[in-house]
Unconditional design. Structure first.
Length: 417
């Protein structure tokens, strides 16, 4: 067992101590409900005074108060370690987890990803890659949190393209022989979570061998691990490691804990993992004016609207629905085609604004208002997802969402860094 080639390794994974309630401990990813502070207020009320991951993270709804809140977060991390409220559960190893959500039961493997095999630099072709553009301006406040933090928790989900189900599913088949770590209902309607330790040598060897076989099947410039959720959190971990390693010897760099970041690996072919397009809403204009502008934009670039074949969109407004097909599209995927037009349109119409909407029903409700136009994007094809990422480098911003907010990863495991 080496894991040298595949970008991950077993880790010393911490969990809340046996006497700590799992229900009050685990909480939703920090980048959810950013416009709904009432969700977070209810979560804090639910946890009460109990030990909770809520005290070890900074919800993005509170980013403006980060300078005030971060010292308390670091202090709580140190307190939880000192008091034994966070204790080693796997050392070293992985955690196999089953998350029950409305679409079914999603399978994941919590592990440490090697930041030396990950890059978000444009044009790089590492083993571990982002799927969407990394916005550098979003990293500094996250770096402040990671600097000086004694532990990390994770909401990062990394995808593998394993249609034959050779990596995670064999572990699930033998879960009854694994040591169970937790089994509980998540707060605030988040579903159910179960976890098992994967730390026996034969099981670690199995994961190593299956990932190596998958890697060997990918050909040149392989993309083995694609960041699905938590892209900026992983980019922050990388930026922090780049800072830190400058003061380390080569030997110290080999196994320094900050060289790794905790994540959960999920097979993109998991039936319970739903990819949903993120729709576009433009306000400050009407459907007729926008469509006329789109026609001229397309004509100038050698495209045609309402062609027989191409990228298909549904235009939604108070006037009703209209299907628009863009022939000879300029984008490699529909999201790229529509985003190029909208970026151009907005640059020429400062009175108009754009918003990115999850869910068809939400878009339709908003697009009924006067002066609003919605664009329903087609479904995401999971089978072509990895090839699209390899072809484009990164996908356009706000291309997809892996499920609704409550289906995002809950913080459960931790690791000292």
């Amino acid at each position: 067992m080496s894991f040298e080639r595949v970008g991950i390794r077993p880790a010393r994974i911490l969990l809340p101590a046996p006497g700590v309630s799992r229900e009050t401990w685990a909480c939703i990813a920090c980048d959810q409900y950013t416009s709904e502070p009432e969700y977070w207020e209810k979560a804090y009320a639910f946890a009460g005074d109990a030990p909770s991951a809520l005290r070890l993270i900074l919800p993005e709804v509170n980013l403006k108060k980060s300078a005030e809140l971060i010292p308390g977060i670091h202090a709580a991390m140190a307190d939880y370690l000192r008091e034994g409220l966070l204790a080693p559960a796997v050392d070293p190893g992985f955690v196999l987890c089953e998350r029950t959500v409305p679409s079914g039961t999603r399978l994941g493997l919590v592990c440490a990803v090697d930041l030396e095999q990950y890059s978000f630099e444009k044009g790089s072709l590492p083993l571990v890659r982002p799927t969407e553009q990394t916005i550098a301006s979003r990293l500094p406040p996250r770096l402040v949190i990671r600097r000086g933090a004694p532990v990390e928790l994770t909401h990062i989900m990394i995808l593998i393209d394993d249609p034959e189900r050779t990596v995670l599913e064999p572990l699930q088949a033998k879960k009854d022989s694994l040591r169970k770590l937790y089994d509980f209902d998540l707060m605030m309607g988040g579903g159910h979570l179960k976890g098992w330790a994967v730390d026996r040598p034969e099981d670690l060897d199995q994961v190593d061998a299956s990932l190596n076989r998958l890697l060997d099947s990918l050909g040149a410039d392989p993309l083995l691990l694609a960041v699905g959720d938590g892209n900026h959190s992983l980019a922050t971990a990388k930026a922090y490691w780049n800072e830190l390693k400058e003061g380390l010897s080569e030997k110290e760099r080999e196994n320094h804990p900050a060289r790794y970041a905790l994540c959960e690996i999920v097979n993109i072919h998991d039936n319970a993992l739903l990819f949903e397009p993120i729709h576009r809403l433009v306000t400050g204009t009407g459907a007729g004016a926008l469509l006329a502008d789109w026609q001229e934009y397309a004509r100038q670039r050698g495209m045609r609207l309402d062609a027989g074949e191409g990228h298909v969109f549904t235009l939604v407004s108070a006037e009703g629905d209209r299907t628009v097909t863009v022939g000879n599209p300029e984008g490699a995927i529909p999201c790229e085609t529509i985003q190029k037009f909208l970026d151009d349109f907005l640059s020429r119409h400062p009175e108009a604004e754009i918003d990115y909407i999850h869910g068809e029903a939400s878009l339709r409700n908003l697009a009924r208002e006067p002066g609003a136009v919605g664009f329903l994007l087609p479904d995401i094809d999971k089978n072509s997802f990895f090839s699209d990422v390899k072809k484009l480098g990164v996908l356009p911003r706000k291309t997809f969402s892996m499920g609704e907010a409550d289906e995002k990863r809950f913080y459960m495991e931790a690791r000292e860094i």
